[in-house]
Write a new protein. Structure first.
Lengths: 288, 502, 312
């Protein structure tokens, strides 16, 4: 008799732990042929809130890590993904991608992590400055992470887009609460398992699966999130902008109507890092 | 210094002699020293659209009054939606056909010219600024005007070097920028807004605050004299409705706003989902932290400069003094002495340190918050000084015994009112400083270098002044964290908020 | 020697009296220069400055004749009887007896530099002998120099003990302690040295910026640091000490700025020659020119005014 394989119960990675939704709700996930794959946690407003709490706990410590250390941890995450590329590709294939496409996306995601890992100890040198003020003061501008960032991943390129949004956020010391692709959440489930083994402190990246219509409004109004970035429809952009106004939150949103080419060279640069930074300028007198 | 205070207490007890006091009386009183330069005001100011002064389509004007004596100075055209529309049309045309295509080196020359022409007429503008806004002539003459000119001069040099602004990408203009500026530094805020926008190749529709439109419209004369292509800068005056028309106009690629957090939030709400870019420079409730090892006399000077500069109408004002418990008494005593010699009165008198509150509503707001401080049990000190009988004036005010939960410790007063709190440890200082929705600026005073660097790292504020306060420079980025807004003005960082990267 | 007791005298004094931020001081005093003193206030300030002058001649070529004409000018600076005499004439100790003769029976005091002015580099007993000789010859006030070498070497006790010894030698004469700020260099050191002196001198004594014999003399900055020290000492002990900026103050405009600093830092009680002096020579003529100009409305030519001594 053929051995019955053990199927994995998908859990989301929040606060360094693998959890199901506090609501107990799940959504059945089917593959491209319509066959049942697994029950995906349907995270709620409260799960989002708990994830923000977890992120808030992890934030200061992550921001205090040296840039060198953050770079190494992002590189380590790339190593984990590379080592388990086959498993990730299988997760991507659930959404209907062919084998070659799934491997291409996985490889691109690894490369993207390596790209941002390298920025960790360099962006400051490009973005910061010493400013020649016209008085007897030493004046310099440095960057700082904003804090907790909400990430909203699109459905296309469910792994690569998610990684492309999360990596530039965390490389500078931000912490993230990310909502995975609603239609293709499985790669995010697998990514969570890799995050857990990558030396990334728990709570730095928190991945939620569930319905955009439930989570997006929470991202919009949760005052502790200092920025929201990702891909959003016109209606979601309005919701996010309106909610963000209540706490003067930054929004960095691409229109869902114009899908981006996440594989392009232009999909990665210094500027996604910059968009999630604060600039702080310090003055001090020069005198004996 | 702790030993000094302790000794003083002993001394006052000894021999039953009264504690020594300093006398700040009228033994040598200064005569009035009014600035006499002619501000060359016109009785009526029209809108500046498409390079010309045009009357408002609605035919309405409003009065601008001198807050120093409540006299009418001039009447200002009230721009309605049709005027704003015309301004955007002129701006779009100018940006698309002339300004956006002009080589950077040529744009630079116009900006240099604006700087020079403003320097030429600096004293005239300073007088106009003090008349219209109430700030002491000393400040408009020595700060607002030179700094406004410096902003044009600094940004002029960027106009032909934009390829160095964003390494790896090309910085391109956004198009037409809608700008709304506040009444506390009318001309300077205009310079902060115009200079980077123009250097980057954008055109502008800008609205000065309704109580302080005169210098903006006088600046239109300089724009005209400079030969700047018509429509590159359009100036429309009015209050909230005019501002809303600017913010909501479909031709705006970006809105840049400086003002209250309340209005900033309304603007962000209005722009939700429109795709327009936005930068906000909003309110603040800055902590100025003084440690026991600080150079105390300079700290006191910095505290005074931090809260009484421009009558406290400064978004980054150091309105919360956090003083280390061991030196709290000494610092408060020194502060009381120092503010005894601040001169409150006629903004045009060259010796005035604190001029007029910008408007009656602002004066009422200050009074209301100060009353709340008294009611909530904080101890108030105001030096005995005579105030002019006409005009909007308020004495420099210290509150001691303030806690984090007092309204005067949480709400932006935007007036010459300092709330004094104490702390015991570094951690407590940082926690109290950051315990606010705002995050524009902070001050720290200590002789210990490593402590300065620690605090400048941990204070959640866009500008940290260490052993100094309220310093500004066009090359130095300015802007806030949290509900103090986003985006920076000044420096290379500020330019990046006025372009798109391709 | 234990680690704690070997901490430098500088850091111990810094802990006690606090430090000074140089840029902050410069910013504070820049505000004095923007004060606009007009009309009656200007005339009052100019006359006050005249009354605070230590009219000085300190040259190798000084003679009894030169001192005599200086004294004449000190007693009657101007034909206008409203212009007061100056506070004192300030001369070398060898000239004291000549000066004393000329100003006897007037309010004008005789001040003598002593203690091997300007360097102070002779043995203490010689410096003290000079002080006693000057007092014996009729000096009302002694301008001493501190031992800068000892100060910079951190021998604060020695600096202070020497000042205390001079106080003794002065007897009833008032003492002005010259810090020679240009050799102390930093505002911190100026504050420290001020306190070393303040703690051993008496009510009615002075601290003074400079000898006038080095590159940098009185500035608004070092004046500020010293009057803040005087203020702090007064508020702590009740002992009111005077201040004398010296050297480099040549114009009436400068003098008024120094007076503004006094008015806004020490208050009205220091706006008197008993507590504030200017050590200067050419300043007097500019004060007189400006007083005359305020009276007549016309700018004055320099040759209307006598004794335009160029050297300090």
């Amino acid at each position: 008799m053929k051995r019955l394989p053990i199927t994995k119960t998908p859990k989301v990675y929040v606060g360094g732990a693998f959890i199901r939704s506090e609501s107990g709700r799940t959504q059945p996930l089917a593959d491209a042929s319509g066959a049942f794959v697994a029950n995906i946690p349907q995270c709620t407003r409260k799960d989002a809130r708990n994830a923000v709490e977890a992120a808030a706990k992890a934030g200061p410590g992550w921001a205090r890590r040296t840039a060198y250390n953050r770079g190494q941890i992002l590189y380590r995450l790339g190593e984990m993904l590379e080592a388990r590329a086959g498993e990730m590709a299988a997760a991507i294939r659930i959404g209907g991608a062919g084998e070659a496409q799934a491997h291409k996306e996985t490889a691109a995601a690894v490369d993207r992590l390596i790209y941002y890992a390298g920025w960790a100890d360099k962006y400051e040198q490009v973005l910061g400055s010493v400013n020649p003020v016209a008085s007897s003061h030493f004046n310099f501008t440095v960057t700082e992470p904003m804090g907790i960032v909400g990430v909203i991943a699109p459905d296309e390129a469910p792994l690569l887009a998610l990684v492309s949004l999360v990596a530039p956020a965390i490389v500078s010391g931000n912490v993230v609460v990310a909502l995975a692709s609603e239609r293709q959440p499985y790669p995010a489930i697998v990514l969570g398992e890799m995050l857990a083994t990558s030396d990334l402190p728990g709570g730095v990246v928190n991945l939620l699966t569930g319905l955009r219509k439930e989570i997006v409004p929470t991202f919009a109004t949760h005052a502790h999130l200092r920025a929201v970035c990702g891909v959003a429809s016109a209606a979601e952009r309005k919701t996010l902008g309106t909610g963000a106004a209540e706490s003067v939150k930054r929004t960095v949103l691409r229109p869902a109507e114009e899908p981006a080419d996440w594989y392009a060279d232009t999909a990665q640069s210094l500027y996604p890092i910059r968009e999630l930074l604060e600039f702080k300028t310090t003055w001090h007198p020069v005198g004996a | 210094m702790t030993t000094l205070t302790a000794e003083r207490k002993k001394a006052s007890g000894r021999n039953g002699r009264a504690a020594p006091e300093l006398i700040f009386g009228d033994l040598w009183e200064f005569d009035p020293a009014p600035e006499t330069a002619d501000p060359r005001l016109k009785p009526r100011y029209d809108l500046f659209i498409g390079g010309e002064f045009v009357p408002p389509r609605g035919g309405k004007y409003f009065d601008s009054i001198n807050p120093g004596n409540e006299q009418k100075l001039a009447e200002i055209a009230l721009a309605g939606p049709a005027d704003v529309d015309a301004a955007y049309a002129a701006a779009q045309r100018a940006q698309a056909e002339v300004w956006g295509r002009m080589p950077g080196r040529e744009r630079a020359k116009y900006l240099f010219r604006l700087a020079r022409l403003l320097q030429d007429r600096a004293r005239e503008f300073a007088v106009a600024e003090s008349l219209d806004g109430g700030k002491p002539i000393k400040e408009s003459r020595d700060f607002d005007l030179p700094m406004a000119a410096a902003h044009f001069f600094y940004h002029a040099g960027w106009a032909d070097k934009l390829e160095y602004v964003a390494p790896g990408r090309t910085a391109r203009p956004l198009g037409v920028i809608g700008q709304v500026i506040p009444w506390n530094f009318p001309l300077l805020m205009m310079a902060w807004k115009l200079a980077p926008a123009l250097a980057m190749g954008n055109s502008v529709v800008i609205k000065p605050a309704e109580t302080t439109s005169i210098t903006a419209l006088k600046f239109a004369e300089i724009i005209r004299d400079s030969g700047l292509p018509p429509g590159v800068v359009n100036i429309v005056a009015g209050a909230g409705e005019t501002g809303a028309a600017i913010v909501n106009h479909p031709a705006a690629a970006k809105i840049a706003f400086t003002g209250s957090t309340e209005v900033g939030k309304a603007i962000q709400r209005a722009l939700a989902g429109t795709g327009k870019k936005l930068t906000l420079e909003l309110g603040g409730k800055a902590a100025n932290i003084v440690f026991e090892d600080a150079p105390l006399d300079q700290a006191v000077e910095g505290i005074v400069n931090g809260i009484f500069f421009n009558q406290g109408h400064v978004c980054c004002a150091g309105s919360r003094l956090l003083v280390h418990e061991p030196v709290a008494d000494v610092v408060v005593a020194k502060l009381r002495q120092r503010i005894r010699v601040l001169r409150v009165g006629d903004p045009l008198d060259k010796n005035t340190d604190i001029g007029a509150i910008n408007s009656r509503p602002q004066l009422e707001k200050i009074r209301e918050l100060v009353d709340s401080g008294v009611k909530e049990g904080a101890e108030m000190y105001q030096p005995p000084c005579r105030l002019p009988s006409k005009g909007f004036y308020f004495r420099p005010t210290l509150f001691t015994g303030v806690t984090q939960s007092h309204r005067i410790a949480r709400e932006e007063i935007f007036g010459p009112v300092l709330s004094i709190l104490t702390f015991r440890t570094v951690e407590e200082a940082v926690e109290k400083a950051n315990n606010t929705a705002y995050g524009l600026s902070a001050g720290v005073w200590t002789d210990k270098g490593s402590r300065i660097l620690k605090l400048s790292t941990e204070l959640k504020a866009g500008v940290v002044w260490a052993n100094t306060y309220n310093k500004f420079d066009p090359s130095s980025p300015f802007g806030g964290y949290k509900e103090s807004g986003f985006g920076r003005e000044g420096g290379r960082q500020g330019l990046l908020d006025y372009c798109q990267l391709t | 020697m234990s680690l704690l007791s070997s901490r430098s005298a500088f850091s111990r004094l810094a802990d006690e009296v606090g430090t000074v931020d140089a840029v902050g001081v410069e910013e504070r005093v820049a505000k004095y220069t923007t004060r606009s003193i007009k009309k009656a206030a200007k005339v009052q300030g100019l006359k006050l400055a005249v009354s605070m002058l230590d009219l000085t001649t300190l040259e190798g070529k000084d003679t009894p004749g030169k001192v005599a004409s200086l004294c004449q000018k000190a007693l009657h600076p101007h034909s206008d009887p409203d212009v007061p005499p100056v506070a004192a004439v300030c001369v070398y100790s060898a000239m004291v007896r000549h000066a004393a003769r000329h100003v006897a029976d007037s309010a004008v005091k005789v001040a003598s530099v002593a203690t091997a002015f300007p360097s102070g580099q002779t043995p203490l007993k010689i410096r003290l002998a000079e002080v006693r000789a000057a007092v014996a010859d009729g000096a009302d006030e002694i301008d001493m120099v501190i031992n800068r070498g000892a100060f910079l070497a951190g021998e604060f006790d020695r600096v202070q003990d020497e000042i205390a010894a001079v106080v003794q030698a002065c007897g009833s004469a008032a003492l002005k302690v010259i810090l020679e700020v240009s050799e102390l260099e930093t505002y911190d050191s100026i504050r420290f040295a001020s306190f070393l002196a303040l703690r051993v001198i008496r009510e009615g004594d002075f601290i003074k910026t400079s000898t006038g014999k080095t590159g940098l003399n009185a500035t608004l900055g070092n004046n500020q640091v010293m009057i803040e020290a005087i203020r702090d000492h007064y508020l702590d002990t009740g002992v009111a000490v005077g201040m004398k900026p010296a050297g480099g103050i040549r114009t009436a405009k400068q003098a008024l700025q120094f007076l503004v600093a006094v008015k806004e830092t020490l208050g009205d009680a220091w706006l008197t020659s008993a507590r504030y002096r200017f050590g200067a020579s050419s300043l007097l003529n500019d004060l007189l020119r400006q007083i005359e100009k305020e009276k007549s409305g016309a700018y004055q030519a320099p040759y209307y005014f006598t004794e335009a001594a160029e050297s300090y």
